[in-house]
Write a protein that binds this ligand. Structure first.
Ligand code: ITT
Length: 189
């Protein structure tokens, strides 16, 4: 089945292409432009559904969109759904986070991804994945995107920006993608 991927984030596009690449029962279609949608919902699910549905207009194929974020325990699970809105560039975001956690011993955090699949007939389904870990004292590695250089998955002593292809097996996005692939035969008509 052909699925249109609606995201303006290059890092996400690269990962979804790998996650739903060879072997998956999906052919990802990448639109040349994805108009920004105001992410004003207070849940990942709400924002993911809003992004998927807003791109559905004029489409005859199902649309996949996702909303994701980083939740830090000692910050009351912030920045969470607002992760893309703190500071500007990726390095600025990381600076904002490390500044806030300076001297903090509790560095527990999790990544969350909610993928929404919306169909032209009005149906939609969401799939969630999480990855727990800790926030490093300083950025390490240059793989991935966003907060990856400061996120150390539980049980590893390197960051997500240092794990290479392993990210596609353990990430919040990989887990959401796996659930989507498992449900796919039951939800496509
Ligand atoms: P779209 O809405 O167009 O998909 P976006 O970048 O605005 O792109 P989000 O609103 O979902 O996407 O923002 C999620 C932010 O959380 C993202 O910009 C990163 O800063 C961070 N994030 C999400 N997944 C991540 C990952 O796998 N690694 C590192 N940071 C991640």
């Amino acid at each position: 089945v052909e699925v249109v991927l609606a995201t303006g984030n290059r890092g996400k596009v690269r990962e979804w292409e790998r996650l739903l690449g060879d072997g998956a029962p999906v052919r990802l279609v990448l639109p040349s432009e994805v108009p920004p949608v105001e992410e004003d919902q207070d849940t990942y699910q709400g924002n993911a559904l809003k992004k998927a549905r807003s791109f559905l207009a004029g489409q005859d194929r199902p649309v996949l969109a996702e909303d994701s974020g980083l939740e830090v325990v000692s910050l009351g699970m912030a920045p969470g759904v607002r992760s893309a809105r703190v500071a500007g560039s990726d390095p600025e975001r990381i600076g904002w986070l490390l500044e806030r956690l300076r001297g903090e011993r509790d560095r527990r955090a999790r990544f969350v991804c909610v993928a929404a699949l919306a169909f032209p007939d009005g149906r939609s389904y969401t799939f969630r994945g999480e990855l727990w870990g800790t926030i490093a004292e300083r950025p390490m590695g240059d793989g991935g995107f966003g907060y990856d250089p400061v996120f150390m998955p539980l049980g590893l002593d390197v960051t997500l920006a240092q794990v290479g292809a392993l990210k596609d097996r353990i990430s919040h996005r990989a887990r959401a993608a796996r659930r989507l692939v498992l449900a796919l035969p039951l939800v496509v008509e």
